[in-house]
Ligand binder design. Structure first.
Ligand code: IGP
Length: 355
């Protein structure tokens, strides 16, 4: 009897071990597939001139049997620049968030999300009202290139000061690791009754993030052409339309601009004067990209152009306006002021508040 029992135990353990081994190999297989898909994504992106690799930072799975040069190339797994580092971290962050809150549950939350406000309309109206570019004022505590910009940072206080100072829209950084922002800030600002439409300033790599932004009170999202292949941008724009979100598509050079102009349904394009790979800032970038044929296309299609980054003085504003922008996105120069509302007056060289 005893012998039998122990035999039984043994065989149960045996099958458990077999089950475990096969579960492990399934997990391993999935990891390999996931990695291969990542490699393929990188190839597609590279064919569009995108230098940012979307490959997960973990590199090839331990038992990957693929071309030898892949394994060699991936040794070290160090990101080539800050944007790539941010995107790789975001990849991990988003997959963890998604596990906690799958899309089905996010979609349920949508029912309780506040209605979206017209981000593009607010920019146009401000431009017509003041004769100056409509201002998207950025609620930005810190950045990887400039460090902490404002000590004792109170996001709602900054947002309300911007609104009083005449901002048309606000941009709220939600990335924690590199910008010390948060989705909580976005939610707090929305719940505090700030009327300016809100841009969720995030590194979006997955459509799930669009739904998430919407549930947290965003009216608009940022799509970065240096990170997203054309097909992703097209797909995300469609989802934005369904969700009632405006999409600000950000470009930094001619190649990205031409790609984005090739996509239908784009209403808002930002030219970043800061190269996110090197941090170099040059406001002449806005002018350079809007010269000639590209500027003409933008005017014909009535696309609103946004001059982004490195704007500090009324002369800077006049310079990008002359280049053809109808809106500007400004962080550092105004968030650093004791009174950020006053910062807006200094930036434009005149009081643009409604009162
Ligand atoms: O603080 P500045 O130089 O005024 O820049 C604001 C904004 O343009 C910048 O924060 C920005 C533009 N594109 C981004 C993409 C991700 C993070 C930040 C950004």
């Amino acid at each position: 009897m005893e012998a039998l029992t122990s035999l039984k135990v043994e065989s149960t353990e045996g099958s458990a071990a077999i089950a475990e081994t096969s579960a492990e190999s399934v997990v391993e297989e999935l990891k390999v597939k996931e990695w291969e898909v990542g490699m393929f994504q990188n190839e597609v992106a590279a064919s569009q001139g995108i230098r940012i690799r979307r490959r997960p930072p973990t590199g090839p799975p331990l038992h990957y049997v693929g071309p030898f040069e892949f394994r060699l190339q991936n040794e070290g797994n160090t990101p080539r620049n800050i944007l790539e580092e941010i995107v790789w971290n975001k990849d991990v962050e988003v997959s963890q968030l998604k596990e906690r809150k799958p899309l089905i549950s996010l979609k349920k939350d949508l029912e309780n999300a506040p209605p979206t406000r017209d981000f593009i309309g607010a920019l146009r109206a401000a431009n017509e009202r003041t004769g100056l570019p409509g201002l998207i004022a950025e609620v930005k505590k810190a950045s990887p290139s400039r460090g902490v910009l404002r000590e004792n940072f109170d996001p709602v206080e900054v947002a309300q000061a911007y609104e009083r100072g005449g901002a048309a829209c606000l941009s709220v950084l939600t990335d924690k690791k590199y910008f010390q922002g948060s989705f909580e800030n976005l939610e707090l600002i929305r719940k505090a009754g700030v009327k300016c439409p809100l841009l969720c300033k995030e590194f979006i790599i997955d459509a799930w993030q669009l739904y998430y932004a919407r549930t947290k009170g965003a009216d608009a999202v940022l799509l970065i052409a240096a990170v997203l292949p054309d097909l992703d941008i097209k797909y995300m724009i469609k989802i934005c339309k369904i969700l009632g979100l405006a999409a600000l598509v950000e470009v930094h050079d001619e190649k990205e601009f031409d790609r984005v102009l090739g996509i239908e349904g784009i209403e808002l394009i930002g030219i970043n004067n800061r190269n996110l790979e090197t941090f170099e800032v040059d406001i002449a970038n806005t002018k350079k990209l809007l010269e000639g044929e590209r500027g003409k296309i933008v005017r014909e299609r009535n696309i609103i152009m946004v001059g982004e980054s490195g704007l500090f003085t009324p002369n800077d504003i006049a310079y990008v306006q002359e280049a053809g922008v109808k809106a500007v996105l400004v962080g550092e120069s105004i968030v650093k002021q004791n009174d950020p509302g006053k910062g807006i007056t200094n930036l434009f060289g005149k009081d643009i508040s409604l009162s």
